[in-house]
Design a protein around this ligand. Sequence first.
Ligand SMILES: Nc1ncnc2c1ncn2[C@@H]1O[C@H](COP(=O)(O)OP(=O)(O)OP(=O)(O)O)[C@@H](O)[C@H]1O
Ligand SMILES: [Mg+2]
Length: 225
Amino acid sequence: MNEPREALLRVEALGRDYEEGRVQALRDIGFRAEAGQCIALTGPSGCGKSTLLSLLGLLDRPSRGRILLAGEDLAQVRDAAAFRARRVGFVFQFHHMLPTMTLQENVEAPMIALGLGRRERRERAAAMLEQVDLAARAHFLPAQVSGGERQRAAVARALVNAPTLLLADEPTGNLDSRNGQRVVDLLVAQARERGALVLVATHNPEIAAALDRRIALRDGALLPD
Ligand SMILES: Nc1ncnc2c1ncn2[C@@H]1O[C@H](COP(=O)(O)OP(=O)(O)OP(=O)(O)O)[C@@H](O)[C@H]1O
Ligand SMILES: [Mg+2]
């Protein structure tokens, strides 16, 4: 008999409280996900989407439960920054590009944490910018390009270290629908090509409908499929 394929991500009985337990931002969250899947995280404002992404990306620690990524229990990770550099790419609603650095330099930055040499950083960043159709803008500052271009550069930066997990928190929230769709298409295509697992928190039903799977939250709990 074949063994069932081990899930890349396992989330078990996960909870996160704030205000000494008076706010339960997440309650008893459990799900599994495979490499290469693109999942929409949906639900009304305050339902816990950003909280869940923060826990998955080790920007925050849970109050209860556990997260296993490729068999590794995130509670055992001592150096969260090193883990994030190696394993996780983030795209946020606002691009968070460093304003005094060009797009090229912004995309190179995450590779410093991996200890890659200057030449390799430069080559990989240039290739990544090419793939998001920004080769001609590589040496512009973030303020010198459009909102959609900045967000595509943010996608390039999130992917350049070949993360296992790509977490996007309303990546299109600040864009018109055409540019928003383009950013999501890029994110999905690039992540699929690399076999990354993608979670996208979104209020946009069209974007959610276009992904492989939806996980819906209400008041910190999972809605049944
Ligand atoms: N640092 C904090 N301290 C106290 N409560 C918090 C904190 N961060 C989040 N919360 C609460 O946890 C709940 C979930 O918040 P979260 O930001 O995860 O929601 P969300 O689904 O991302 O909402 P939105 O769609 O508006 O971004 C909310 O009730 C929020 O007020
Ligand atoms: Mg949020």
